[in-house]
Design a protein around this ligand. Sequence first.
Ligand code: ADP
Ligand code: MG
Length: 567
Amino acid sequence: MQTSTELRNLLNRIDHKSYPAYKDTKGFYQFPGYVLSIDHVQGDPFASPSKVSVHMKGGIAGFPKELYCGKCQKTALQDYLTRQFHRAVEQYAFKAKGSGKSGLISVSRCGQEVLERTACQMDAKSGDIVLRMEIGFPANGRTINARELEKILFDFLPDCVEQSLYYKTCNKKKVRSVIDLAEDQEYIRKQLEVQGLTAFVANGSILPRESGISARPMKGAVAFQSPKEMEVTMELPHKGTLAGMGIRKGITLIVGGGYHGKSTLLKALELGVYDHIAGDGREYVITDASAVKIRAEDGRSIKKTDISMFINDLPNGKETRGFYTEDASGSTSQAANVIEGMEAGAKALLIDEDTSATNFMIRDELMQRVIHRDMEPITPFIDRIRELYENYGISTVIVAGSSGAYFHIADTIVQMDKYVPKEITAFAKKEAESFPALSGLEEPAKKPVFARCPGQNKAYRGNDRIKMKTMGREAVQINRENIDLRYVEQLTDSEQVTALGYCVRYAEKHFFGGRTTIQGVVKKLEEKIMQDGLAGLCESQSNVAGLAMPREQEIFACLNRYRGLAL
Ligand code: ADP
Ligand code: MG
């Protein structure tokens, strides 16, 4: 450990030298109140910026233990501190000048969801804080401008730390309310199980978003109001009594005219697996944390997935107990998505007719008469939906606008009427009586087998230089292999995508190639993350700043879409 004066002297010595001399700054420096760590220094002013972290002792930060002692409290406080630090840092971005990325100061940008991130980590016991950021070390051309870096490290950064990391300077009421909300959300999540629910949507929630490219709440939207028949109440530890729509376990059908708000409700349920910040409008929309959105995904690869529950006797004779394709159809992709969701432990499936393959969902009566069952490889979802619930405990929430086929089989039917939900189960069932039920009496399917053990790719054997690149929310490239995650709709942040890339890379290096199944690999990854944090997957300091925790279900989804998976 060096003193900050030593860092200042070092900066004086390397000023005006050529850029690589910055490399000497790597190390730890004691500043008043915290240790500054220069973890990784960029190679030139245009390269990805340097990684710097601030380490502060819990006793100095001064946050009371009850604000971070539990998992939900800790995640919420870390998220809050990251947002505060982000706000502070924004005032100083590019105030120091120079070429390329000179003067950049950035920390993860948090969206509407509260996620565990490497950007800010607190120790649940000591309250010690690590805050990670990126700084563009300033230069003129490729000549070091150490004066400007001195400004950043000795003026700007201490001010940002002062503004955001001390309990004594923060808005105590606000911090308390953030933790209160997290505790209320956790309470609702636990209540789902107690009350036999798949999801809860509080009255007064604002579900629609401002626009297709903004996750902020729509202004002037119709606030959510539960139908009386479905209303449940909860006694939250802080907010007190809260009423809302309880979606019971089993089969729930959401119907209604076009543009009446069906997909918006489903979308809110999809993201209800995460906690949302105050003011989002969906902070009390809470869904079973294992729920998985299921959709058609033409073109994806499928590796040895047992889709025989839905697909059998293909005309080309292809095996469906372990189905392979590099270019799935709508129905096979959706079947694989269901099975892989089961493999990932989903207790609820969320399906929108808009994004489903029709032939996977239903087969109408006329079609059944013309094309006999024996000629059709697909057992549609409607014939398995009850079995999924009865035999596997998997509930389904399904949005349908054009087909009434699911009326017969649903436990609860909700109609969205001008954005207001109505409970219409009895009425719809009565109407359905005069129509034949489409779903035939099916033999239960054989239990899907999940015994896939990926082999290791040669490229990863003893290789430490595996390149990775995140393409926003859409994809991650690893060793030039693109993993397309566009249709994994419950990913909400590009930092989760980056983390998934690291998961695959880590699994390739450490877990593939033995007798470990995909389920085993995910379990091992989770244990690793539990022990060493997300940063533990990185194996070098150069990229730990920007990772956010994906759910277990998305780790499965990513592995399953990895075309390099050797199965
Ligand atoms: P559907 O799936 O029933 O066709 P959508 O959920 O796509 O309908 O909603 C149609 C439009 O209505 C969207 O532009 C959406 O933002 C808007 N919308 C949804 N819910 C509300 C609401 N509660 N208040 C105001 N507008 C809403
Ligand atoms: Mg829709």
